[in-house]
Write a protein that binds this ligand. Structure first.
Ligand code: ATP
Length: 227
């Protein structure tokens, strides 16, 4: 079976995340997409993220109606102390999978462009296929140039890629990328936190159950909003 792993801080989970997962699940016949909220996202510790339990609860609420979407505790505090690195999570998950299962790592282009700086990036890219949600302003060259140096094709090969949109499959030794185009929605968790802090309505960006949860718990009120 095809399984997707979609990690993030999900602070909070929003329609952009859900659109990415829906598009990936449909396009690559994913029978399950695990939404893995990181207890301690390596790159997002200032200001501290909202408590894991709230972010997990919001993921559970937002994924309730979709049979294929599973809120995952893979990076819950009970499982992993310290920062959560995707390579550790992927390895841990793969130990539980069958030989016939195929794992896909879901990621937005904004996050993918930093992938070369992730812990054991080369190993991570070799562990599973990647589904990268591209955005209109990115070319195939931007995608290729985001790869760690030793996986990147020579500059002369990727230079002409700048005229090609980031779509289709990019299969290189040690890495397989599936590029999903046109699903990025103009919403970010940062903007939602800012709106919540000002008491603005959030419904257009979020599942209404998540908006309700934020309101009931007074999340994001009076917090520092810069990153
Ligand atoms: P923040 O604004 O706090 O940085 P975020 O909205 O980018 O948060 P994350 O939880 O950091 O959300 O993102 C998890 C994953 O979802 C990343 O791979 C990111 O690229 C992707 N993603 C975030 N926003 C969108 C969006 N609007 N459309 C598609 N993918 C997105």
């Amino acid at each position: 079976m095809n399984i997707g792993l979609f990690g993030g801080s999900f602070d909070p989970i929003h329609r952009g995340h859900l659109a990415l997962a829906q598009a990936a699940a449909s396009r690559y016949a994913l029978e399950q997409v695990l939404f893995v909220a990181a207890n301690v996202p390596p790159h997002k510790q200032k200001p501290p993220v909202t408590a894991f339990i709230h972010r997990y609860a919001m993921v559970a609420l937002a994924t309730q109606d979709e049979r294929r979407f599973v809120p995952s505790l893979l990076e819950a505090p009970e499982w992993a102390g310290g920062a959560n690195y995707s390579i550790d999570t992927v390895r841990r998950l793969k130990q539980t999978l069958k030989k016939s299962d195929r794992l896909f790592f879901l990621i937005g282009m904004d996050a993918f462009k930093d992938i070369a700086n992730w812990r054991e990036a080369r190993a991570l890219l070799g562990e599973c296929d990647f589904i990268v949600a591209s955005r209109p302003r990115y070319s195939l060259r931007d995608v290729a140039e985001s790869l760690p140096e030793d996986l990147r094709p020579p500059a002369a090969v990727i230079r002409p890629f700048h005229k090609q949109p980031a779509k289709g499959d990019l299969v290189l030794p040690g890495v397989t990328l599936h590029l999903l185009e046109g699903i990025h929605q103009g919403v970010s968790a940062t903007a939602i936190r800012a709106a919540a802090a000002q008491g603005k309505p959030l419904a257009r960006w979020l599942d209404p159950r998540v908006a309700d949860y934020i309101k009931k718990h007074g999340l994001y009120r009076g917090k520092r909003l810069d990153k």
